[in-house]
Ligand binder design. Structure first.
Ligand SMILES: Cc1cc2nc3c(=O)[nH]c(=O)nc-3n(C[C@H](O)[C@H](O)[C@H](O)COP(=O)(O)O)c2cc1C
Length: 191
């Protein structure tokens, strides 16, 4: 895969230079892949809107200054963002505050989706990076992929298996990001 290619797998190390076209990174923390697929869908919509996009595992993103905007997401486990995502935002808060940023969480399972509450980390993370928006999307639960402790927990909670991600909702949110960036790429503007 060439360095100039727009789509990079989560395994790629990102260290790109700033060019003229608007460039966005969708950086995601995902344990079993469901949240990564949401990130890829968001990236696809932004790309359709003429924006250059890297979709990457959050621990592979090294050069935030190469981007004009950042979308960050994490799966939610036991009410919290994955540790790597939280640490990434805290470590890069200064840089992220100077960029337009959006956050998303993915986790709630079932119909209606539960839990209803935002992840514990959402409010403080929105605050420290001055995110323009935070969105919670449904998650996906496949018990066959869980470790023993996780399976015991979701069984005790009677969490239903299934894929509760709403792709229309995800695409609509991504489109709102593209629209906001095109309308006002100023990092200090709030939508
Ligand atoms: C042990 C366990 C705990 C979970 N806890 C929460 C939670 O507290 N809140 C929530 O919204 N989702 C919770 N979930 C659902 C996951 O966030 C959901 O399955 C998500 O889609 C996983 O994303 P990933 O495949 O990217 O890791 C939990 C799932 C497991 C297996």
């Amino acid at each position: 895969m060439g360095e100039d290619q727009l789509t990079r797998g989560p395994e790629a190390s990102l260290n790109v230079s700033k060019e003229d076209a608007m460039k966005v990174v969708v950086a995601v923390a995902s344990k079993y892949g469901a949240t990564l697929e949401i990130a890829e869908a968001i990236g696809g919509v932004l790309r359709e809107q003429g924006i250059e996009v890297d979709v990457a595992a959050i621990d592979r993103v090294s050069e935030l200054n190469a981007y004009d905007a950042v979308v960050t997401g994490s799966a939610v486990y036991a009410g919290h963002w994955l540790k790597g995502a939280k640490e990434f935002l805290e470590a890069n808060a200064g840089t992220l505050r100077a960029l337009p940023t959006w956050l998303f969480s993915s986790g709630p399972i079932g119909d209606p989706p539960k839990p209803k509450e935002d992840p514990v980390d959402a409010a403080p993370l929105i605050e420290i990076i001055a995110a323009r928006d935070h969105q919670v999307f449904g998650g996906k639960l496949d018990k066959s992929r869980l470790n023993f402790g996780e399976r015991a927990l979701v069984t005790a909670l009677r969490a239903p298996e299934g894929d509760y991600r709403d792709w229309d909702e995800i695409r609509t949110w991504a489109l709102s990001i593209a629209d906001a960036l095109k309308a006002n790429p100023d990092p200090n503007a709030r939508v």
